[in-house]
Ligand binder design. Sequence first.
Ligand code: UT7
Length: 359
Amino acid sequence: MARQNAVITGWGFYAPAKVMRNSDFEKLVDTNDQWIFERTGIRERRFAGPGESTSTMATSAARSALAKAKLKAADLDLIIVGTCSPDYLFPATACLVQSAIGADRSGAFDIEAACTSFVSALSVANAMIVAGTVRNALVIGAETLSRFLDMTDRSTCILFGDGAGAVVLEGSNASVGIESAVLRSDGSKGELLYVPAGGTMHPADQSTVDARQHFIKMAGNEVFRLAVKSMVDAAEEALSLANVALGDIALLIPHQANVRIMDAVAKRLHFPIEKVFVNVQRYGNTSAASIPIALCEAVEQGRLKRGDKVLLVAFGGGFTWGASVLEWYGEHDWDRATLSPLDIAARKLGDLVDRVRPL
Ligand code: UT7
């Protein structure tokens, strides 16, 4: 198989209907809308309702992404779900999605790198497509962190939200695609942001439940400081690997944890804040889902057109962080089901134009 680039041909997201406004937390803990908004930029976030879970939200996002790509689930080769809040320890959430959408010949596995999971999953799927191992992949970031929030801890419960975002990645002869991916980690800082119990180190028992050890614990200040530095480093490295100048980036889509982190990253990079996509005010920190949801909204708002360079950058528990430069491909205007010889010729011509364009 000839070497191909991986391009995003479909995208979709799901946000649960239940809106939790800052004022809703005033009834639970000693906090207020002003503090939350000034310190985080968050106004509201979504919480999954009864019967909703990471896999159900991931499935909704996946269906939208497949519809946009005009790709049948049965033609999928691979499903990767990036999540740190899976439905079960196992089976993988990706397998639940595979079954729900009827992707009968697809491989499926999860990737867990906390808020960096989507960027990690995208990097793996890209590598597999470029290597010719798979033709296409459904890459999903999905989280239900509300189920791991200690509603008596004001320093964490106000930060996180639920949701899912998905993209379809396909091999293409077009010159556009994922141009670089940088993944980094520092496991020595794991306990600055983690869920202490429920795994093999501290299995669930009455004492772990009584000690509220099944909820997210975070040393916010230290996470903040390292997030800014690491995101800047990863962004610079991804740009350099892709041989792309910062000035050529049309849109920076950072992980949506805190508007002050995003401002600080843009400032340190000397990148114009108007070109940074921000929707944390409406969703809070949705961890692995934040970048794909933001990507979908950026497209919906007409902020990306074919050929635009996009910089994704993430940071999360682990610690993990990473960045990716990609050139936006976007919606294709051909229908696979009725692909005529003329359509195929037109597509080939489009790819050829793409290929000679940079010459
Ligand atoms: O997605 C993975 C990466 N995660 C992140 O990037 C999160 C990074 N961290 C942050 O975004 C910020 O550190 C927080 C938003 C979590 C906290 O903001 P901060 O400016 O670092 O506040 P702080 O932790 O230094 O706390 C300042 C004060 C403390 O009171 P005292 O000790 O000064 O009296 C806190 O107890 O604010 C208090 N505080 C609150 N007050 C009202 C903490 N949470 C709240 C709250 N409402 N919800």
